[in-house]
Design a protein around this ligand. Structure first.
Ligand SMILES: Cc1cc2nc3c(=O)[nH]c(=O)nc-3n(C[C@H](O)[C@H](O)[C@H](O)COP(=O)(O)OP(=O)(O)OC[C@H]3O[C@@H](n4cnc5c(N)ncnc54)[C@H](O)[C@@H]3O)c2cc1C
Length: 378
């Protein structure tokens, strides 16, 4: 059993997590959370004096991958991020249009962990992030009413993806590159092979920071890690972005929906920096998305629009802009508390929201945990 540094954890005034090497197989590092609250600190060079610089590949430039990359790079390691998309940020994606910036993935984030709140201060000061204080409603069988929810919410400024892009500054990212295979070398290093058969590397360590179903095949060389990833189901979702030429006559700026196809509604234009037109983002429930995964897009849009009109209790004018997006892997279906996964003997690690719970903050913390575990094994 490896105990995290006690004095540091008590400084965080939170209960600790222990990292337990899974007894039977030494290749599987399992983070066991002993309390619902735990502290993962940002890792600095002084925490782990370096014996030599490692060449590290991170597959996935979502928040988890970026979080790990920043820790490792600030400790002096050579880090290269890979992402299959043209851009970065993964599910922190935003769509830029003539009608404004729409957040198509994460709508906002919360900050409960002490270490994460410390980071947040820096992001707020730098202007990448702002607080969002919408009028929050809820809708269920009893109808629409004001929510008592007083959660503090934060958003990337002036769009979600601007935050992840700012965090990537100074890091090396190879985009539009889908990594398909990790090839172990005789000397313990790794080659990465993409879907065009192009090779990258060699790397001393690899962190896989993709959603679980995409991580499982990459983690195959560490069968315990692949097995863990295969256990995690990721649920789908449909997102519809809308813009109206005249503001809709409603006080609603955010709404948790507990009835029908919708899960969440946000008045996108009520977020700071997105005030160009009256813009909205609707998100379906995972169950409705599952039933309509292959439904014609026009029918999906119509289904979500009808549900929206029902929640607001009004006839909607025609939208001047609409854009529909399908997420195959929107959120993990279960709440795991692994933190991150590791096969240190192989130099393979995995992180992502699926290792800690499907939220932005957890993706960040999972990346921190992967970096910390990697450096502690160095
Ligand atoms: C519609 C929606 C709404 C949400 N709303 C909220 C919210 O309001 N609040 C909140 O806290 N959370 C929300 N979430 C969840 C939040 O977005 C995620 O928890 C978080 O962004 C996950 O970050 P990640 O780095 O783990 O994964 P991702 O952001 O998915 O990043 C993984 C990256 O890996 C890349 N990738 C995958 N396979 C490969 C490969 N083979 N080779 C190279 N690259 C690859 C992908 O392109 C992606 O960029 C929402 C998610 C969705 C989809």
């Amino acid at each position: 059993m490896i105990l995290l540094n006690q004095s540091k954890l008590s400084r965080c005034q939170m209960l600790a997590a222990t990292i337990r090497l899974s007894d039977a197989i030494h290749t599987f590092c399992h983070v066991q959370v002993l309390s619902s609250q735990f502290c993962i600190q940002s890792v600095t060079e002084s925490d782990f004096p370096m014996s030599h610089v490692l060449n590290i590949a991170i597959i996935g430039a979502g928040l988890a991958g970026i979080s790990a990359a920043r820790s490792l790079a600030s400790a002096g390691h050579a880090v290269t991020l890979f992402d299959k998309s043209r851009g970065s940020g993964g599910r922190l994606s935003s769509k830029r249009t003539d009608f404004g910036n729409f957040d198509m993935g994460a709508q906002y984030f919360t900050a409960r962990d002490h270490g994460f709140r410390q980071e947040l201060k820096g992001w707020l000061d730098a202007g990448y992030v702002e607080e969002w204080t919408p009028r929050v409603y809820q809708y269920d069988q009893s109808g629409l009413r004001r929510s008592t929810d007083d959660q503090q919410r934060f958003v990337g400024y002036p769009r979600m993806s601007a935050w992840s892009r700012a965090l990537l500054e100074g890091l090396e990212l190879i985009s539009s590159t889908r990594i398909e295979k990790l090839q172990p070398q005789a000397d313990g290093q790794w080659l990465l092979v993409d879907d065009q058969n192009q090779e990258y590397g060699a790397f001393d360590r690899v962190i896989v920071a993709t959603p679980a179903p995409q991580a499982a095949p990459l983690l195959e060389p560490a069968s315990q890690l692949a097995h863990a990833a295969r256990q995690v189901e990721m649920l789908p979702g449909w997102t519809l972005a809308l813009s109206f030429s005249e503001p809709l006559d409603t006080q609603v700026e955010a709404c948790f929906v507990r009835e029908g196809p919708l899960d969440w509604i946000s008045r996108n234009s009520s977020k700071p920096g997105r005030e160009q037109a009256d813009t909205w983002v609707l998100q379906s429930t995972p169950g409705w998305a599952q039933m309509n995964l292959e439904t014609d897009k026009a029918d999906v849009s119509q289904g979500l629009l009808s549900a929206f009109a029902e929640v607001l209790g009004m006839d909607l004018p025609p939208a001047q802009f609409s854009h529909l997006h399908r997420w195959l892997y929107a959120r993990p279906g279960q709440q795991c508390e692994w933190g991150a996964l590791a096969a240190p003997e192989l130099g393979l690690y995995a992180c992502g929201d699926w290792c800690l719970g499907g939220r932005v903050e957890n993706a960040w913390l999972s990346g921190q945990q992967a970096a910390k575990t990697l450096m502690s094994k160095h």
